[in-house]
Write a protein that binds this ligand. Structure first.
Ligand code: SER
Length: 315
């Protein structure tokens, strides 16, 4: 066990935070993983918890000092659908939270930062298929604009101040241990609960909406592998493209029907459709594969089976 690493997870109660905490506990020991959020978290009882708003930089510094934190995973954010409804808070939280953490890293209070970006950094003029690492980026959502700006700042802090910041452009993340909150890809989690509870689901995206997706176990493993990779291997200090699979709601529903034959899906696209329409359908992640050996484990069939088995047990 590595005992020199002391981790602070900010936004640990969210979809990624819950699973990331579990995975980091196994590697570093729960005594070295401090969890924080703006509200009390259920279920992460092994870990020390701090009530923390990332916009409060003084309190953030106090927490860093109290636990002698060396690495921060900054997961607090408003996602695409929520930020579209609350643009001011979306911009403030997503940008000022990042600045607070990058500045404390620049001042050497911490050694390493992970910050998530998203496929939302791409926009309507980005090539939609096999979207390259470097390409046209014209995001037209508050969330996408904040993530693209954040990526540029991460690279700037790295180049100007040697801040060791690492980042991934997550696709839609799907897992059974935690719930997504406020994203455009959330349907791909909700559909499993509804299929198992009520054998029907009304999807807020059109049936042919192809989006890049990933099992959250793969995403968490990627995150930790990137954080553990030797710095000299990393050629991207903005944010890495990362991919596993792509599917449409219709394709996902067909695969669910193989397990639950009576499952029915209906479509009632809402404002999230235009967000999804501006995003890529599939992602070229060769930089992640070449630089730090990224490999996904879950394809769509394996993901569907894993979700159905585990959610069935849970409910
Ligand atoms: N899953 C996220 C969202 O839909 C994308 O980063 O907002």
């Amino acid at each position: 066990m590595d005992t020199s690493t002391r981790i602070l997870i900010i936004g640990a109660g969210g979809q990624i935070g819950v699973e990331l905490t579990e995975a980091l506990n196994k590697i570093y020991g729960h005594q070295n993983v401090i969890v924080s959020d703006i509200k009390k978290i259920e279920g992460l009882d092994e870990n020390s918890f701090e009530l923390l708003d990332v916009l409060d930089k003084n309190r953030l510094l106090d927490v860093i000092k109290k636990y002698q934190i060396t690495e921060i995973y900054l997961l607090a954010a408003l996602l695409s659908a929520t930020a579209e409804k609350n643009p001011e808070l979306g911009w403030k939280l997503n940008m000022e939270g990042l600045f607070n953490v990058l500045d404390l890293a620049k001042e050497k209070h911490i050694q390493k930062v992970f910050w998530p970006s998203s496929i939302a950094v791409f926009g309507p003029h980005t090539p939609k298929k096999n979207t390259p690492q470097y390409t046209v980026m014209d995001p037209n959502t508050v969330y996408g604009i904040s993530k693209l700006a954040g990526e540029r700042w991460c690279e700037w802090y790295y180049m100007k101040y040697a801040v060791d910041v690492r980042s991934i452009r997550y696709p839609g993340l799907i897992g059974w241990k935690s719930q997504p909150g406020g994203g455009t890809t959330d349907y791909a989690v909700h559909i499993f609960y509804e299929a198992l509870k009520h054998q029907k689901y009304t999807c807020f995206l059109r049936e042919d909406t192809m989006l890049p997706m990933m099992h959250i176990e793969d995403a968490v493993r990627a995150t930790i592998e990137l954080m553990q990779a030797p710095a000299h291997q990393l050629t991207v200090r903005s944010s890495y493209n990362l991919a596993a699979m792509s599917f449409t709601p219709k394709e996902l529903a067909e695969k669910i029907k193989k397990h639950i034959p009576e499952f029915q899906i209906h479509y009632a696209p809402d404002f999230r459709q235009s967000i999804a329409d501006s995003w890529p359908q599939s992602i070229d992640d060769s930089y992640a594969r070449n630089d730090w050996g990224w490999k996904h484990v879950y394809d769509t069939d394996k993901l569907v089976e894993n979700m159905i088995v585990n959610i069935k047990n849970k409910i």
